[in-house]
Unconditional design. Structure first.
Length: 322
């Protein structure tokens, strides 16, 4: 009699791996990265190279000499963290501040929890929020689009800061606001991750095609942010669309809120998670001290993910709903 030997799961391998998923996200960021180099020149290159190199180095050193484990830098997660951190800071940020941000992102945001797959908060956002609190002046001094240098570049207001001034009573700020096309293409000041909505959407389409992410989190963020913006800004559709195109909302919705480790495990949970992020972002922008609220919204909802996973569970296979 022939015996049927069944090995441990998984029985069918999809071909995906951590490295493959990280590489897909990195590829999806390439259009926005290239446009950042075009709009900000050497500054974007210096910030990106410093951030990526620092994140990789710190992960290697912490893994080998503190945790006494084999190096994990080949999974590309540190490279992705470095890229996302670079996308969240000004292109004229001093190198030493970038290095500190990378240390916080990798050391505190990731490795302090045990490494990839165990962190509670998005590592790049951890680094970004720390820098924003520790160095608020440097983190809110933005080069204008077209400044190709790194030192002594011309700085200016971002669309969100202009919008905040307008809502505070400075009517003249509205005249300085870039039009929709400039915001969509990227002819605006801000961080590298704010320069072009269309480039980020191209990356979004690529990841959907590759099935690296699903639509649930980004679309729920866009929808809830739009609805909340309508409520907060007197049902002005123009202002609501501007909220979607400005700041880090596109970058956060597509590339940071969708982080596998720090987002819910099922689609229903992802919709709740995304809806809360979108609404909270607009509330912070409208009533908070900072013009931007995306980073804080994602960070707060990262903390609620275990609770969402606990109470929003898929139906077990074979269980009939009553």
């Amino acid at each position: 009699m022939n015996k049927l030997n069944v090995s441990l799961s998984p029985h069918v391998h999809s071909g995906n791996s951590i490295q493959r998923c990280m590489l897909d996200v990195i590829i999806a960021l390439v259009p926005a990265l290239l446009l950042s180099f075009y709009f900000f020149g050497i500054g974007a290159l210096v910030v990106t190279a410093t951030s990526v190199a620092s994140c990789v180095l710190f992960e290697f050193l912490i893994t080998r000499f503190f945790l006494k484990q084999p190096a994990t830098i080949c999974d590309m997660s540190a490279v992705l963290t470095g890229l996302l951190l670079a996308f969240n800071v000004p292109s004229n940020l001093p190198v030493w501040i970038i290095i500190i941000g990378a240390l916080v992102a990798i050391g505190i945001g990731k490795m302090a929890f045990g490494g990839l797959g165990q962190n509670i908060f998005n590592p790049a956002l951890t680094g970004r929020i720390f820098l924003l609190i520790a160095y608020p002046v440097q983190m809110t001094t933005w080069p204008v689009s077209g400044e190709m240098g790194y030192f002594d570049v011309e700085t200016g207001a971002t669309p969100l800061s202009l919008f905040t001034r307008y809502m505070s009573g400075d009517v003249a700020a509205l005249n300085e606001m870039p039009d929709m096309l400039d915001m969509f293409v990227g002819m605006i000041g801000g961080s590298m991750g704010e320069v072009s909505a269309i480039a980020l959407l191209i990356g979004f389409a690529y990841m959907l095609i590759r099935k690296t992410i699903t639509w649930h989190i980004p679309v729920s963020i866009f929808a809830s942010a739009f609805i909340m913006a309508l409520i907060c800004y007197n049902f002005d559709v123009h202002f609501a669309v501007m909220q979607l195109l400005s700041g880090g909302l596109m970058l956060g919705a597509i590339f940071m809120a969708t982080d596998y480790v720090t987002s819910p495990m099922n689609n229903k949970g992802c919709l709740i998670y995304g809806a809360c992020i979108g609404a909270l972002t607009i509330i912070i922008r409208r009533f908070g001290a900072y013009p931007e609220g995306m980073s804080f919204a994602i960070f707060v909802m990262n903390a609620f993910v275990p609770l969402i996973n606990k109470y929003v569970k898929p139906t077990r296979f074979g269980v009939v709903k009553k």
